[in-house]
Ligand binder design. Structure first.
Ligand SMILES: [Zn+2]
Ligand SMILES: [Zn+2]
Ligand SMILES: [Zn+2]
Length: 156
């Protein structure tokens, strides 16, 4: 398969690795990332892996087709209609244009809050930034104040 080989030098591609923002890529085995100098050494070819849209058990409110979950290049998540597409030549959306952006997500972590000892959760904002925060923290919509423990640690 042509996509298994480096398009620049023809060497095999390395293992799939995940960036801190959850994007997946494969580097050329002739190249390596020097974290100290923050640059590539050797071949700098990188194959970005497009995340497969995940089929959801939900129906499009516009046309009734299945919805899929998609992650953009910037780490934003959205639900979109499986009938929707993108015509690269005309740069226009094709089919059903239903899209619903997801406003962040939380994952439970196996770590304790240094402030109060409760569990921490990993929160991903809608623009792909991640932070650890205390699971007891919340937002009182009526009074517009934060509730619970205020511990937050932003991840780079
Ligand atoms: Zn290469
Ligand atoms: Zn639709
Ligand atoms: Zn806490």
């Amino acid at each position: 398969m042509s996509e298994e080989k480096c398009k620049k030098c023809g060497a095999p591609l390395g293992e799939v690795v995940e960036t801190p923002t959850g994007k997946k890529l494969r580097r050329c085995t002739e190249g390596s990332w020097n974290a100290e100098l923050k640059k590539n050494e050797g071949c700098d070819y990188v194959l970005w892996i497009q995340p497969e849209p995940e089929e959801l058990d939900e129906q499009c409110p516009k046309c009734g087709a299945n919805l899929v979950m998609q992650v953009t290049r910037f780490g934003k998540k959205m639900k979109k209609c499986s009938k929707g597409g993108w015509d690269k030549e005309t740069k226009q959306a094709t089919g059903c244009d239903y899209i619903e952006w997801i406003n962040g997500s939380t994952e439970s972590l196996d770590e304790k809050c240094p402030t109060c000892g409760e569990a921490l959760v990993l929160f991903t904002t809608s623009n792909g930034k991640r932070m650890k925060k205390c699971s007891t923290s919340g937002w009182d919509k009526e009074n517009k104040v934060a509730t619970g423990c205020a511990y937050i640690e932003w991840l780079k």
